[in-house]
Design a protein around this ligand. Structure first.
Ligand SMILES: [Zn+2]
Length: 441
């Protein structure tokens, strides 16, 4: 029986260094903003980043795949999720795009507490900035095609072991015919099994490229729904996010006062959202909140109720913790995903990057006992296993320990979350769905 890790990343040195400045500023925030991470001391954070860099230095995805294989064995297949990072750094006002340069300067002037941290830190900065902060030629270089080619090579070598997800940022459509490219690359018999979305990179989930026009024609969701092509989207308000301070948005954003999705131009007449909006929220949370709120997804699912979609991370640490320890309403994102899973036939969630978080966080066995075991079968069969390797390294957790912990907690249910359910979620990305056509005469 084949098992799947439905959520991992095989970014390589080449891909990450091309988007070096955006990764660098992410690391900067990770280091300096305590809201982003439960780990409060700088040394601990540096250690985590250093672990991440070790894998990020891989020259090709094969190296990381082999590392995963040594833990999982040959009966496992993996789903690497690609991301189009280019537009997340581009400021909407041309000529005013200092964001990246500012960030690189900020990181350059950052002073870690002690010598050990200092050298880890220098190593990280050097890796991404090519040894000097002022040299920014690679800043907006594009890793989009590099990633696609890298995945195509890996897929050709391991056709039954690698099922990549194609990176979609609707803004890419300005630079190429994105829909044509998707049709060429994604689906049964093609290198990619599905679509990866990451709205916090700076686009709305109701962007017309995805959602179609307001009248309901066209759009990627319509295509994916018709052929049951699976989609993986990030959920929760944490993780990586766009760094630009002004982002031009098409479609709806979440409107705090009304709690509704509202066309962006009703709030920002020129369609350009300016940050920061709320001082209380971290930069990453703000972007997730505006672009990736469950209320926006409800609008999508209303129109495309049969969409095969995985809300990755089950709403994220904070909401899962609240759901278990406070109330289902305070665990808002997690509660909403559970509601979607009950209401819509093909909504799934993955338990990826699920590391026991010590005192303040939830444990995997709590998730199993308090949520998984208590949900009805029709919902339970839509939980998927994922690792988020090698982002997992940010949590200082080896894949070996991660997988062992899952087997220990889930026992015989592991077969369901890693094989039966994942196989069902991915199936039409692998084998064509029969579309019954009405006989015309
Ligand atoms: Zn991930």
């Amino acid at each position: 029986m084949k098992y799947y890790d439905v959520h991992c990343h095989l970014f390589t040195h080449d891909i990450l260094s091309r988007t070096g400045s955006s990764i660098l500023s992410f690391l900067n925030r990770f280091l300096t903003d305590s809201k982003e991470d439960s780990c409060t001391d700088t040394d601990g954070r540096l250690r985590r980043i250093s672990g991440f860099i070790d894998t990020a230095l891989a020259d090709d995805a094969l190296e990381t795949f082999k590392e995963m294989e040594s833990v999982y064995g040959a009966h496992f297949a993996v789903c690497p999720l690609c991301m189009d990072l280019k537009y997340s750094m581009i400021d909407a006002r041309p000529g005013d795009d200092h964001t990246a340069a500012e960030t690189v300067a900020a990181v350059g002037s950052y002073e870690p507490d002690n010598r050990g941290s200092y050298w880890s830190f220098r190593r990280i900065v050097n890796f991404f900035s090519g040894n000097h902060y002022s040299a920014l030629p690679n800043m907006f270089a594009d890793s989009f095609l590099t990633q696609i080619e890298e995945m195509e090579r890996l897929k050709a070598r391991y056709p039954d072991r690698v099922y990549p997800f194609f990176p979609v940022d609707p803004r890419r459509n300005r630079d190429c015919d994105l829909m044509a490219l998707i049709k060429q690359k994604v689906g049964p018999g093609k290198p990619f099994v599905g679509i990866k979305l990451y709205p916090a990179l700076g686009f709305s989930v109701t962007d017309p490229f995805l959602y179609g026009s307001e009248k309901g024609s066209g759009g990627l969701y319509a295509y994916c729904e018709k052929y049951s092509i699976p989609i993986v989207t990030h959920s929760g308000f944490r993780g990586y996010a766009a760094l630009a301070k002004r982002i031009e948005v098409c479609g709806d954003i979440f409107h705090t006062e009304s709690g509704r999705p509202v066309p962006v131009r009703e709030i920002y007449p020129d369609g350009i959202v300016s940050f920061p909006i709320k001082e209380k929220m971290s930069e990453i949370t703000m972007r997730g909140y505006l672009f990736n709120h469950p209320v926006l997804w409800e609008k999508v699912l209303n129109r495309y109720p049969k969409l095969y979609i995985n809300f990755a991370h089950f709403g994220g640490d904070k909401f899962i913790y609240k759901y278990i320890h406070e109330s289902s309403t305070s665990g808002y994102y997690t509660a909403e995903i559970l509601r979607f899973m009950a209401k819509y036939p093909n909504v799934y969630t993955d338990l990826s990057c699920f590391v026991d978080n010590g005192k303040k966080g939830y444990s995997l066995s709590e998730v199993k006992k308090e949520i998984y075991d208590k949900t009805k079968l029709s919902v339970r069969k839509k939980f998927l296993y994922g690792s988020d390797y090698f982002i997992l390294k940010f949590k200082e957790c080896s894949l070996q320990n991660y997988y062992a912990r899952f087997r220990e907690v889930f026992g015989s249910e592991m077969r369901k979350i890693a094989s039966v359910n994942t196989g069902r979620f991915l199936r039409y990305g692998m084998k064509p769905k029969r579309i019954w056509r009405r006989w015309l005469w």
